[in-house]
Design a protein around this ligand. Structure first.
Ligand code: PTT
Ligand code: SF4
Length: 610
């Protein structure tokens, strides 16, 4: 095989053993890489009903056929497992030198089973794999862990690690790299922690073999030049994702006070221009010339990288309008290895619960000290409220009762990322149908929806959500490459089949790539249904009641809410277009059309298929 290495590294932590699997080329053709490989492995090898934090869960790190090649923004990988937060399929995507090193070491992915009984880290150098003692790393922040490991193994290695949140099994702990790259929102860090795996260190010294290296080099160089010529290039390098704060405020979608509102009175103090005033450095993922990691100095004089989601969820959503203080919360989340989006939601939920007198603790909107204390309560599970919120807002609402589930802002158990949807039906559908729970990464349809008109609930909007899910959640998550050159600067999609051809020697049309994406979405859906058995239903695809029942009370869209009946109509169209029935369950025909007929028998043991 060219482009793909054709090999997975299999690791058993219980037995401290490893092996190399040479996989069939047909796997690459049908599932491409990254997320595609991840779901195929989890479907085939994970026993249904496995407890996510037990040794039986399977943790995979998967690259794709473009990872680590000299083409724009290719330094990414996917981390996936059964999620302890949602009990469904969970994954995330992070940029890291580890992605490049993994491929140079000769692997497209690592499949980790079992659990160690004491803290370990993996050291991988091409064929050599060692299980090393991590007693002295356990308890360390992600920043210190990386520092220590690069002192031991050299600055040129790639490192993936967890912080105390992952060790303490906080259900939305994530995986970190390079002091500012984070992925695996639905608790991939907790799965790593449950396996007592503190880190993975990779050094790869081999060439990644490609079908046409000269052509790939030429295309890559042209691609980088093309990106530099894009009109938004300079501004992107200045502000990166932070410019979204101003955009969200202008369009009334900036989550504010636990998604009660879409506008924040201090938005100008926490946006891209405010960030530029405190910026000290810029950095990014490997093989990227758009480097969008804006490093600022926080209120405690320390450095942290800011992104839109982090700032909105730890800022406007909790009523905090001081960027340097938000940066402290962001840095602590990075050091402890906890997802900023979920922890911001959890803090906002606690503030609202306190206001409604459902908690004995007094935690006021915008109170930085209280937010900081709460964040640490959660990471270290050091009191009742910390333990409650460490399991996510869905769980917390089940415990608190009093209709708090209406304003526990989550779908399928994953906290919603930073776009208010009181007046954005297509974006609400995107959150509702995202394959990992409420995350914007699969279909960030809101920018398009703002242009075409927000009032309507149309088939066109549903088709757009599916189109974006195919491109973003399918193609980019499998390649695996950063989608930002395309979505933010307009780097044309046509480049990617050309890169693929030069890397693998194979032609992929967009029809074929979208079919792969549909196959992956359908298999992920089957995974959820298998895990939820009799509890699966279309209500799993519906966002929280707040957006339907509680109108915005201020701003230009004051009075707006989503319409539940019309949302349900869009959901039915969505199912129809995907070939799923009215319960959101794939039909036999859809499974056959996508080459997934081999899973019909297993699914039929659980649910009647139409
Ligand atoms: C992603 C989610 C996001 S999405 C952000 S900011 W964003 C948050 N980042 C966190 C962080 O930082 N620290 C922390 N403790 N928790 C965090 N949680 C949040 O996690 C990221 C960029 C960004 S910045 C985005 S949109 C794009 N995401 C991509 C994607 O998903 N796929 C892809 N092929 N390309 C992408 N490019 C962009 O990458 P999750 P990164 Mg992340 C500090 O994974 O689980 O999906 O969560 O990868 O390397 O940090 O780059 O406004
Ligand atoms: Fe990483 Fe940003 Fe470059 Fe994407 S655009 S690869 S997130 S630095």
């Amino acid at each position: 095989m060219k482009g793909w290495t054709g090999r997975f590294l299999r690791v058993n932590l219980s037995e401290q053993s490893t092996s190399v699997q040479e996989y069939e080329p047909s796997l690459a053709r049908a599932f491409l890489g990254g997320r595609g490989f991840a779901i195929k492995i989890l479907w085939d090898e994970l026993r249904a009903g496995t407890a996510p934090l037990s040794p039986e869960n399977i943790l995979v790190f998967m690259a794709g056929p473009l990872t680590g090649l000299p083409v724009p923004s290719s330094g990414k990988l996917v981390v996936a497992a059964k999620s302890p937060l949602t009990s469904g399929y969970g994954d995330g995507n992070l940029g890291s030198r580890a992605a490049v090193m993994l491929r140079r070491a000769g692997y497209d992915g690592i499949i980790i089973k079992g659990a160690s009984d004491k803290p370990v880290y993996l050291y991988i150098e091409n064929e050599k794999v060692e299980f090393l003692n991590a007693d002295d790393l356990w308890g360390m922040s992600t920043f210190d862990t990386e520092k220590k490991l690069s002192e031991t193994h050299g600055k040129d290695v790639g490192i993936l690690c967890i912080g105390p949140a992952g060790e303490n099994l906080v259900l939305y702990a994530n995986v970190h790299s390079q002091e500012g790259r984070a992925g695996g929102r639905p608790g991939m860090g907790a799965v790593m922690g449950s396996k007592k795996l503190k880190a993975i260190v990779i050094r790869g010294t081999r060439e990644i073999e490609t079908a046409n290296p000269e052509e790939l080099k030429r295309l890559g160089e042209e691609g980088y030049e093309e990106i530099k010529k894009k009109p938004n290039y300079d501004f992107w390098r200045r502000q990166g994702t932070m410019a979204t704060v101003e955009w969200s405020q202008e369009n009334s979608v900036l989550p504010t006070f636990n998604f009660r509102e879409g506008e924040f009175e201090n938005a100008d103090k926490i946006g891209g221009y405010a960030m530029e005033k405190i910026k000290v450095l810029q950095r990014g993922c490997p093989y990227c010339n758009m480097i969008c990691g804006n490093v600022v100095e926080d209120a405690e004089g320390k450095r942290v990288e800011l992104d839109y989601e982090n700032v909105a969820m730890l800022g406007s959503d909790i009523g905090l309008g001081d960027l340097k203080k938000i940066s402290v919360l962001n840095r602590l989340a990075d050091e402890y290895g906890i997802d900023t989006i979920s922890v911001g939601n959890a803090i906002g939920f606690a503030m609202e619960a306190s206001e409604k007198k459902l908690l004995k603790e007094k935690i006021e909107w915008g109170d930085f000290d209280a937010a900081k204390t709460l964040l640490e309560d959660i990471v270290f599970k050091r009191n009742d409220i910390g333990r409650l919120l460490a399991n996510g807002v869905k769980y917390a609402a089940e415990k608190l009762g009093n209709n708090s589930k209406d304003w526990a802002m989550q779908v399928k158990g994953l906290e919603i990322s930073a776009y208010d949807c009181h007046f954005a039906p297509a974006m609400a559908l995107s959150f509702g149908t995202s394959p990992i729970g409420a995350h914007h990464k699969d279909a960030w349809v809101i920018a398009w929806e703002v242009q075409v008109g927000r009032e309507s609930y149309t088939r066109e909007k549903v088709a757009k959500v599916i189109e974006l899910q195919r491109i973003r959640g399918g193609v980019f998550e499998c390649l695996t490459a950063c989608r930002l050159p395309w979505i933010e600067l307009g780097f044309e999609l046509d480049w990617y089949p050309k890169f693929l051809k030069a890397a693998t020697g194979m032609e992929f049309t967009f029809d074929e790539l979208y079919r792969i994406a549909d196959r992956i979405y359908t298999l992920i859906r089957a995974f959820w249904i298998r895990e939820f058995r009799g509890r699966w239903g279309r209500e799993m695809d519906i966002p929280p009641a707040r957006w339907f029942k509680e109108p915005l009370t201020k701003g230009r869209y004051k009075g707006k809410t989503l319409d539940l009946e019309k949302y349900n109509q869009m959901l039915s169209w969505y199912y129809e277009m995907r070939g799923w029935d009215e319960r959101g369950v794939p039909t036999k025909k859809a499974l056959k059309d996508l080459g997934l007929e081999n899973i019909i028998t297993e699914l039929e043991k659980i649910i009647t298929l139409k």
